[in-house]
Design a binder for this molecule. Structure first.
Ligand SMILES: Nc1nc2c([nH]c(=O)n2[C@H]2C[C@H](O)[C@@H](COP(=O)(O)OP(=O)(O)OP(=O)(O)O)O2)c(=O)[nH]1
Length: 249
């Protein structure tokens, strides 16, 4: 059996990285059938046996990191009776084709990401508690969230985070660990569910005391109080990472 692994870091949210990867297809002619598709986390494709090849699979995993989406791909095939030499030839061809394909993919995904509305939030942690904010007005009136807001065109995620926290709470923060990314439901930027995303970082206060300039209320809550809050539904999948972060501090 032959195996190849490729890792690409794409400056784009999960959904964009996933959708662009699928739209571009693969840099070789062999048609592959979809075996698994879990948007935006994972897909697996396989090719039926053919001359010089008993089987071929291509699986991809997409995971969110603070620097973008990490795409881990694995190709595996078996050349059957035609043996090792053909396997090596195939390997060289696939490596060459994949290298330029992945460069083009990363560029296309980064370009597409510019059209997607991205929201960043801060889980500000201090003394074993995290700051949560209650929205005032709009479709999520009175629901709880991580303070933050929309990334502006040309702005990096972390600059947007520091700016939004300054505007909303009047404090300075330093973002630390990346906690996770969730799909938003289309209320924010319009479009289908997942056409915008929320990325949350754990952060530490460096200056000032938070004041609710734009929210109805602010609360410092402990780990065991997180679950009972009336959260914006999209935020709930982030709570395990926030709990883990509170345990670390
Ligand atoms: N800040 C933040 N927004 C969230 C969270 N979860 C979630 O679905 N959202 C949604 C609510 C809003 O529709 C959108 C963020 O918009 P916003 O109104 O806070 O952003 P902003 O300050 O840049 O807004 P704007 O007044 O400039 O338009 O993302 C969350 O935890 N934090």
């Amino acid at each position: 059996m032959f195996q190849l692994r490729f890792t690409t870091l794409v400056e784009a949210p999960l959904t964009v990285a996933f959708d662009v990867a699928r739209a571009l297809g693969r840099p070789w002619g062999t048609p592959l059938d979809e075996v698994v598709s879990q948007r935006p986390w994972r897909d697996v494709y396989a090719a039926a046996p053919a001359p010089g090849r008993r089987w071929l699979t291509h699986s991809r995993r997409f995971s969110a990191t603070g620097a973008g989406t990490l795409v881990e791909e694995q190709l595996a095939w078996d050349t059957g009776v035609l043996g090792t030499l053909l396997g090596h030839v195939l390997r060289r061809r696939i490596v060459r084709a994949m290298q330029s394909h992945l460069d083009a993919y990363a560029a296309a995904a980064a370009r597409r990401a510019l059209d997607v509305l991205q929201v960043v939030g801060a889980a500000i942690v201090d003394d074993g508690r995290v700051l949560v904010a209650q929205r005032s007005g709009g479709p999520y009136d009175a629901l709880w969230e991580f303070p933050g807001g929309k990334v502006e065109p040309g702005e990096s995620d972390l600059s947007a985070l520091v700016r939004e926290i300054g505007e909303e709470l009047g404090v300075a923060i330093v973002p630390r660990a990346f906690l996770g990314e969730v799909l938003l439901d289309g209320v924010v930027g319009g479009g289908a569910p997942g056409s915008s995303t929320l990325r949350v970082w754990e952060a530490r206060l460096t200056e000032g005391t938070p004041v609710a300039h734009e929210h109805a209320a602010l609360r410092w809550v402990q780990e065991d109080e997180l679950e009972a809050l009336d959260w914006i539904p999209a935020d709930r999948p982030l709570l395990p990472a926030v709990r883990a972060s509170l345990r670390r501090h």
